[in-house]
Design a binder for this molecule. Structure first.
Ligand code: FAD
Length: 570
């Protein structure tokens, strides 16, 4: 008997006639793949499914369901993704630290509280998250093991991004290049340092004992096998990147003819890359549409094998049991009334992967298990600045890929000469938002965007001076300056979410009903926190292996899958 049950636990019906149709091993024999969520996790799921189908000569169709109306609304289109092996660490403060930080306003040192948004404090989602995070913090050994595992996963993902580029055809290589793709890797040749060759400059300033911070980062990267890290002098920074001369002069003092960093500033040569996902994502989807081709559907209509259905929020699932006892998802229901059948009239069952990212709580709302979750808000600022004619030539070489650190703030930073203008994108900062979605007009985003504007002015005062049409070097910029830039269309402000669970580990692999039945035709790849772009390739690889035979999964993947299990709790 095939029982079909809707996820809100109402028993709908028993469909005897489908029983015989559903094949017994539903994971292996699909040629239709459904992805919920079109962010970076969804994108990497789609690309790897496409590669597999190509290798196996399989005629695959991929359909993505995305609640947003366009890709421009998706998180990665609004940030400046840095690619690093440790990007995912440290979003969730530990135990008592979490309790303490939640009491401190986001704009105070170490604070993450927001006061102007309802539905954050005292809700069930917040209580569950805090309770689990506190219990988890008592397991120091377990936490250290997970942190080490995440660093190794990060290293694996950096290698996979690099391989993705090396194995790409000429068209995809060009897409990556135009998306400011810089891989993070250990250069194979020893020679003078050069930018955009696996390593980059990170700036640290207004941080007491900046040198100790940089040395501790250096130690972490060396433990992962990145051996070319070094502290850079102001003169070395300027020689590598003349566009940083203003910053170096402002944060150093001349001693015996040489510039020396002030005690609260330093620069670190470290492994790191970046990707402009605002450019990359639409181009990757266009590439998949083109290369996967078309087919003729049952009604005789020609359809693309790769499709994204925008404005389609999945809000319900029907579960069914096959005659050999497996539980499957038989239908997805969308808010707009659309129904997606995962079992066709011949009994072929489609596979489905949930990549809901920022929408924490989606799996739980769909009737699947989800560990205690929360969103940590972040803000971004993007500039497009006209270049005076006389400066056009010198700006053509401008290209930044770095992170800029202040006390309690790390900004992922990409900037470059793009379409004859200066393009600068910075993203970072943090506040606890539970399961609420942040909005750019709330206090957090307004305040952090102003901080970001000032940090950009600290590093690149010449460009901000062009934008504000006055000399801004050494000045503290105000809310009014920010709104002038916004009104002129020079700056775009944005606030969004990092999706996490209580232990800061992603959730990957098998999904389960609330009554603990493993679903045979669905997985998840989600909760990638602050590192979803960096970690997407490795997270997808591990998530995809969840249905492999145990003997075929290496011990590292087994460990990751155990930590990442969607039924976990402390
Ligand atoms: C300020 C900030 C800075 C960051 N900087 C970096 C960085 O430098 N490097 C880095 O690696 N990462 C960074 N991140 C993290 C990164 O953006 C995320 O980890 C990544 O976007 C997660 O990708 P995802 O595909 O899992 O989720 P998302 O990007 O959130 O995408 C999920 C998609 O699923 C859709 N969706 C959800 N539920 C449904 C549903 N029920 N039906 C249909 N569609 C649905 C959503 O609309 C969304 O488009 C940053 C994040 C922030 C907020």
């Amino acid at each position: 008997m095939l029982n079909i049950r809707r996820s809100n636990n109402i028993l709908l019906c028993s469909l005897f006639f489908l029983t015989a149709l559903i094949s017994s091993n539903v994971w292996c024999n699909t040629d239709r793949f459904i992805i919920v969520g079109s962010g970076m996790a969804g994108a990497m799921e789609a690309y790897h499914a496409f590669l597999d189908a190509k290798k196996n000569n399989q005629s695959l169709c991929i359909t993505m369901y995305e609640q947003n109306k366009s890709l421009g609304d998706t998180t990665v289109s609004n940030i400046a993704p840095s690619l690093t092996p440790d990007e995912i660490l440290s979003v969730v403060p530990r135990g008592q630290e979490l309790v303490k930080k939640i009491q401190i306003l986001f704009s105070e040192p170490g604070g993450i509280r927001v006061d102007d948004v309802r539905g954050i404090q005292g809700t069930r989602a917040t209580e569950q998250f805090q309770q689990q995070a506190q219990l988890y913090s008592m397991d120091e050994v377990g936490h250290n093991q997970r942190t080490q595992c995440l660093l190794e996963l990060g290293k694996m993902s950096m290698d996979m991004w690099q391989k993705l580029y090396e194995d790409a055809d000429a068209e995809l290589k060009e897409i990556l290049k135009s998306s400011n793709f810089n891989a993070c890797y250990e250069p194979t040749t020893k020679g003078p340092r050069s930018l955009c060759n696996g390593y980059r400059i990170d700036l640290i300033y207004n941080v007491s004992n900046a040198k100790a911070r940089a040395l501790s980062m250096k130690q972490d990267y060396e433990s992962l096998g990145y051996n070319q890290c070094a502290l850079l002098t102001p003169d070395q920074v300027t020689a590598l990147d003349p566009f940083l001369a203003d910053f170096c002069n402002a944060h150093s003092t001349k001693n015996n003819g040489q510039l020396e960093w002030n005690h609260d500033a330093i620069a670190l040569w470290r492994p790191g890359g970046c990707l402009d996902a605002q450019v990359f994502l639409p181009k990757l989807y266009a590439y998949l549409t083109k290369h996967m081709g078309t087919y003729t559907n049952a009604q005789g209509k020609i359809e693309n094998r790769f499709q994204i259905k925008f404005g389609t929020k999945i809000t319900g699932l029907d579960f069914a049991h096959t005659n050999n006892g497996q539980t499957i998802i038989s239908q997805l229901h969308a808010q707009n009334g659309q129904t997606v059948n995962l079992v066709d009239q011949h009994g072929a069952t489609s596979q489905c992967v949930f990549c809901p990212g920022e929408s924490v709580g989606t799996m739980k709302n769909l009737g699947l298990q989800e560990p205690a979750y929360a969103g940590f808000a972040g803000a971004s600022l993007m500039f497009t600045i006209d270049i005076p004619k006389s400066k056009m030539l010198s700006c053509a070489k401008f290209r930044h890929c770095m992170e800029v650190h202040q006390e309690g703030v790390v900004l992922a930073w990409q900037a470059r000469f793009r379409d004859n203008k200066i393009f600068i994108a910075v993203a970072g900062t943090k506040a606890f938002y539970s399961d609420r979605k942040p909005n750019k007009n709330e206090d957090f985003a307004k305040n952090r965007n102003l901080l970001q504007l000032n940090m950009v002015n600290d590093v690149l005062p010449e460009f901000i001076s062009w934008a504000l049409e006055r000399d801004t070097k050494g000045q503290t910029l105000t809310e009014r300056d920010l709104s002038i830039l916004e009104d002129k269309g020079i700056v775009t402000r944005w606030a969004g979410t990092r999706a996490v669970v209580y232990d800061g580990f992603p959730t990957l692999g098998c999904v389960y009903t609330q009554d603990h039945n493993k679903i045979a035709n669905a997985r998840c790849t989600t909760h990638l926190g602050s590192g979803g772009v960096s970690f997407a390739p490795a997270a997808i690889a591990i998530s995809r292996s969840a249905f492999d035979k145990q003997d075929n999964i290496n011990s590292f993947a087994q460990t990751v899958l155990r930590y990442a299990d969607s039924t976990r709790s402390v």
